[in-house]
Design a protein around this ligand. Structure first.
Ligand code: CA2
Length: 149
C-alpha cells in the first residue's frame, strides 16, 4: 500500500514561527513520525510539499496511477482552492484532509473547507498528531475497500 503525503503553502515553515498555533515540530519531524507509523501499519509513504497551487494540482493528478491514497494538508488553499478540490475529486482515490490547528476555533474564513466535501475524512486540531490520526484512518479505509472489492 502506497500513500502520498501532500503539504501545501507555508507548511515548510513549521517549527520556526507561530509555535502557539502550529506547535514546535518541523515538517521533517512530522514526516519522520509518519514513517514510523507507516512501518507499523505496513504502508509506504511518499512526501511532497509546495507553496504553489498548480504544482499541488499536478502532484494530485499524478497520484492517479501511482498510489492507493492521499493524506493532504492543503493549508490556506483549503479555504478557497476550487482547483485543488477538483483535482481531488478527479483523481478518484481515498483522500484524508488534515489540519494541525482546529480551523473551526479560528478566524471565520478558516471555518469553511472547500476540499473536505471531496475527501473521505477530515482530522483537525490535534497538532502534529492530526497527521498520524489521518494516516490511521486512511489506511483503514483503503484496507476496508480492498476487502469489499
Ligand atoms: O492548521 C493547519 O494545518 C492549517 O492548514 C495551516 C495553514 C492555515 O492556512 C490553515 O487555515 C490551517 C497555514 C500553514 C502555515 O504554517 C506556518 C507555519 C509556521 C509559520 C507560519 C506559518
Amino acid at each position: 500500500m502506497k500513500i502520498k503525503v501532500i503539504n501545501g503553502p507555508n507548511l515548510n515553515l513549521l517549527g520556526s514561527r507561530e509555535p502557539g498555533v502550529y506547535g514546535s515540530a518541523t515538517l521533517a519531524e512530522i514526516e519522520a513520525a509518519l514513517e514510523v507509523l507507516a512501518q507499523e501499519l505496513g504502508c509506504k509513504l511518499e512526501f511532497f510539499q509546495s507553496n504553489h497551487e498548480g504544482d499541488l494540482v499536478d502532484c494530485i493528478q499524478a497520484c492517479r496511477d501511482s498510489v492507493d491514497g492521499i493524506l493532504i494538508n492543503p493549508a490556506a488553499y483549503t479555504h478557497y482552492s476550487y482547483a485543488i478540490r477538483d483535482a481531488i475529486a478527479a483523481v478518484n482515490l481515498p483522500v484524508v484532509e488534515v489540519h494541525i490547528s482546529n480551523i473551526h476555533q479560528r478566524e471565520s474564513f478558516r471555518h469553511r473547507s472547500v476540499t473536505a466535501p471531496v475527501c473521505c475524512g477530515q482530522v483537525v486540531g490535534f497538532g502534529a498528531d492530526s497527521y498520524l490520526l489521518g494516516l490511521r484512518g486512511l489506511v483503514s479505509i483503503i484496507s476496508r475497500r480492498r476487502k469489499e472489492a
